[in-house]
Design a protein around this ligand. Sequence first.
Ligand code: NAD
Ligand code: IPM
Ligand code: MN
Length: 360
Amino acid sequence: MKTFKIALIPGDGIGPEVVSEGVKVLKAIEKLDPSISFSFTEFPWGCEYYLKHGKMMADDGIEQLKEFDAIYLGAVGYPGVPDHISLWDLLLRIRKEFDQYVNLRPITLLNPTLTPLKDKTSKEIDFLVIRENSEGEYAGAGDWLFKRKAEEVVLQTGVFSRKGTERIIRYAYEEARRSNRTLTSISKANALNYSMVFWDEVFEEVGKEYPDVQTYSYLVDAASLYFVTEPERFEVVVTSNLFGDILTDIGAAITGGMGLAAGANINPERDYPSMFEPVHGSAPDISGKGIANPIAAIWSVSQMMDFFGEERWGEAILSTIKDILNEQESLTSDLGGSASTSQLGDRFVELLSAKTSNLV
Ligand code: NAD
Ligand code: IPM
Ligand code: MN
């Protein structure tokens, strides 16, 4: 029997609402598969914790998290605490301290009715964005000079190291080779005349080791256009931290919205825990109403199962997402249904159990 230790950080707003549905799915797997068990430890960190304790997580929080196999996070950030504090002291801190430099965000249309794009089918919207997740514009480097108003100058520096750029690009080439797909690099060297010139050079250089991988390279503005007009151009995409952040919200928009967008923050060397989370935030506009869509959070459980080497469960979850997307009445209001968050989760577990009772 394998036991996986999972740290739960439900966080803020709809974070706890969707995480509890993901945990339902994990508990169902445990019940259905005698070879797997999970142990859960919940951490109450987030904006409420900050308002009580003046910090987003315990002082030794990073130390506490080290012993886990994975972190499952809901969302961080809520009105009342400045976003740059809440995010930098919890979510971004974990990504950085645990060197989760690979951010995997699938852009896959699981049901053809969900895309707002006219005439695009599931075959045409099916790619993986590999976002650099440790440096670039998220290095936290900058300065606020000359505090006197008229002379203020503010710097936010993008940091692109040889090591950081090479490792994400190499990871993407490996993934493209492994899955026999094309690789597209998205950058912006025409305007960003240091960082993106360097990025493009590394992309080309590393590419020499992968002559079997067909590559493309687009400027991020044109790529944003193609995400919407010709998503079929993309199979595996590699891009910098900020571009990846923005592009994957466009990706969410063409595949059914934020309620369906999943992400995995991976430390490939497994020196530290990896973290699984929906792409969306705490959604203060709908939190507390029990109507948040938990599918994104459940999809990130599928990514967690793949990461654990339990791919049959990863696949079973994805396939059950496809099934539930065919049941209009079982969906939340963002997808035109009337189910609550927990009703969707309950129905999901029913469908998963029916599908997999003879899987093990
Ligand atoms: P958001 O993703 O929270 O919400 C954007 C829109 O999508 C809203 O209209 C919201 O109602 C909708 N939405 C999001 N998730 C949904 C779901 N599961 N079901 C149905 N609808 C959903 O983005 P925002 O409003 O820009 O940010 C709110 C807060 O969350 C901010 O503090 C922001 O910094 C933070 N944030 C955190 C994360 C994270 O923790 N990973 C990600 C993005 C934003
Ligand atoms: C995401 C989020 C975060 C990011 C924010 C909340 C810091 O938008 O995971 O997409 O920019 O990475
Ligand atoms: Mn984002």
